[in-house]
Every structure is written in C-alpha cells, then in structure tokens.
Design a protein around this ligand. Structure first.
Ligand SMILES: N[C@@H](CCC(=O)N[C@@H](CS)C(=O)NCC(=O)O)C(=O)O
Length: 224
C-alpha cells in the first residue's frame, strides 16, 4: 500500500500512525503542501479534493483519513478495530465525534488560521472574532471529552483497550500543541494523551510536526 501524505498534516499523521501501529509498512510518498503539489496534476487528477492523505492499494484509491484508518485496520485484522457490533459502533462513534465536533473548532477554527497564511481571516477583527469563537467551542468539547467521554476510569476512549479512535483522537488533540494549548486543566485528557504518546511509532510519525512546532515556539498564539 502507498500513502500520499505530508508529515505536518494532522490527517496524514492519523493515517500513518494507524498504519504503523497496525503493523502495516506503507510506502510513503510526500505531497508537498508547502509548494502546492497537491493542487496540480498528477496528484489533483488522482484526488480531486486536492487534500492529503490518500491511500493507494493496487488500483484502489481511498481518501478521508478516518476511512483510510478503518481500511488499513480492517485489512490487517487489527484488534484496534474490534469486529463485535457494539464495540465497533463505539469506535465509529468516537471517530465521528472527533471529526465532526472538535476537529473543526480546534483545527480549522483555532489552529489553522494562526499557522497557515491561507487560513488567516482577511481582517484583524475577523481573525480575532474567529479565534475567540472557536476557542470557546474547543473548550466546550475538551470539557466533554475530559469529563464525560474519557472520564476518570477509562484508559482509552472506548474502554480498557486501545482502538483506532485513539490514534485519530490523539493526533487531533496533539495538534493543539503547536499553538501551545495547555491541557493540564483536563486531567483525563492529559492521562490519556500520555498513553497515546507512549505508542512505539508516535515519535517517528510526529517528528516533523514537532520540528514545525519548535520553529514557531516564540510566536504569540491564542490557545486554550
Ligand atoms: N476530511 C479530510 C481532510 C483532509 C485535510 O484537511 N487535509 C489537509 C492537511 S491536514 C490538506 O491537505 N490541506 C491542504 C490545503 O488546505 O490546501 C481527511 O480527514 O482526510
């Protein structure tokens, strides 16, 4: 299998972490978002969304990081994607929760407008308003995640065993570190993130992202 990705992209790292943790060594092909490689042929012909990641498995191409994660886990018969009906429904529920709820506020509303020039709002007032709005929404999701979805008893999102939802959720919450989000006030999230960061492939998959975070460490950011 071949994964078209960029190492700073959160959605790429979700797919890559899943592949590594499931024991699937994908061939990796960087699509350089910084030079706009994703906007031009041949990549834009293969993926009209002009986004990364994309998986290629023979003549089969798949976009959407959550779908890629599920496909790889299914193909590898990974225990991280349980087959029992309700256990699997819980994993899917958490993946949908991350994608539809916190990802759009934390990533697209709070982080990306501050780190990607093409996501910056056209006026200072709009930028300020956007960040304030999504910061509040992000805090709301973090509180729910901390107190209700993880809570004090669970090791992982759906119980005692790690699942692909944890791979996805860990990368999404980890993204906040680039604008120096302080998760200390969310003890259950902090405890859970400690476990995700202890995954064997976490350092390798996130190395370039942490390098990027270090390069903006002195820049002032709005964060939770
Ligand atoms: N829903 C998609 C979102 C993919 C996505 O937003 N990818 C970003 C990187 S994290 C991208 O390719 N951005 C390029 C751009 O905005 O020009 C998924 O989960 O795969």
């Amino acid at each position: 299998m071949k994964l078209y990705y960029h190492p700073v992209s959160t959605t790429s790292r979700i797919a890559w972490l899943g592949a590594e943790e499931c024991g699937e060594k994908c061939e990796l092909q960087v699509i350089d978002l910084m030079t706009g490689e994703h906007m031009k042929p041949p990549y834009s012909d293969m993926n009209p969304n002009k986004l990364v990641p994309m998986l290629e498995d023979g003549d089969f191409r798949l976009t959407e990081s959550a779908s890629i994660l599920r496909y790889i886990a299914e193909k590898c018969k990974s225990p991280a994607y349980p087959t029992e009906l309700r256990a699997r429904a819980r994993v899917n529920e958490m993946m949908d929760w991350f994608n539809s709820n916190i990802y759009k506020d934390l990533a697209y509303g709070l982080v990306y407008p501050q780190i990607f020039p093409n996501h910056q709002r056209p006026s200072e007032e709009m930028q300020k308003g956007t960040l304030a709005w999504h910061k509040e929404r992000t805090e709301n999701w973090l509180k729910i995640l901390d107190e209700k979805l993880i809570g004090p008893k669970k090791a992982y999102l759906t119980g005692d065993a790690i699942t692909i939802a944890d791979y996805q959720g860990g990368e999404i919450i980890g993204l906040g570190e680039i604008v120096r989000c302080n998760y200390a006030k969310y003890p259950n999230i902090t405890r859970w993130m400690g476990k995700i960061k202890a995954l064997p492939s976490w350092p390798k998959v996130n190395e370039v992202f942490y390098g990027f975070a270090a390069s903006v460490k002195d820049k002032p950011f709005v964060a939770v």
